[in-house]
Design a protein around this ligand. Structure first.
Ligand SMILES: [Zn+2]
Length: 206
């Protein structure tokens, strides 16, 4: 069994959406400073690094992340490689393979360094989300910060995700994984009322 960690490291260096709350960690006790233990806390947007969006992020009255079913975040998962122009929305016709698993992660390579934010990352077309739903997919993931373009305010792909009650992972790091089928583990934290949660996303190769 081989584990592929597809989560970026969380630190002060990681990029967040322009205007969102950056990740920071404050140390209140330190063994190095003579305390009997290390103790720290973090302040961050919940949309940091590899994370799961909840419906309440994009639909009024939608489920929060703590209420979501866990099933979509665990199980057979296909990495699909797509080549699209900077800033483009991925269309069903851009897919280079058939959908063969109920979870699909899109490897676009368009957001190569989570510590150096670039706003022209690829995103999804609503048609692609519809197509995945029609193909039996329950979870969509992407190696960019969002399934809609950075400056988009309509969030049509998020709306399509909501329409089909799909689960969504964003901010994945897929540079080192091949376009194959794995077993995904990426559970969100049970945070009451929250619009998202960081996840430790892992692809297991059996
Ligand atoms: Zn998000």
């Amino acid at each position: 069994m081989k584990f592929h960690d597809i989560s970026p490291t969380l630190s002060e260096r990681i990029g967040v959406f322009p205007g969102d709350v950056p990740f920071s960690r404050a140390v209140s006790h330190s063994i190095d400073e003579g305390d009997h233990l290390d103790l720290s806390c973090v302040t961050t947007t919940l949309h940091v690094g590899a994370h799961a969006d909840a419906p309440s992020h994009y639909v009024g009255g939608g489920e929060d992340i703590g209420e979501r079913s866990l099933e979509p975040y665990y199980g057979p998962c296909q990495v699909m490689e797509v080549a699209v122009a900077p800033g483009a929305r991925i269309l069903p016709s851009d897919l280079q393979a058939e959908v063969e698993a109920p979870r699909v992660l899109l490897k676009t390579g368009s957001f190569p360094d989570p510590e150096n934010w670039n706003g022209d990352f690829a995103s999804c077309s609503p048609d692609l989300i519809d197509f995945f739903h029609d193909s039996g997919v329950v979870l969509v993931g992407i190696d960019t910060p969002s399934v809609d373009p950075e400056q988009d305010k309509e969030l049509l792909s998020h709306a399509a995700v909501a329409r089909h009650n799909l689960s969504l992972l964003e901010g994945l790091v897929l540079g080192d994984v091949a376009a194959e089928i794995y077993h995904l583990v990426a559970f969100p934290l049970k945070i009451k009322g929250a619009d998202a949660s960081p996840v430790r996303a892992v692809l297991i190769e059996e």
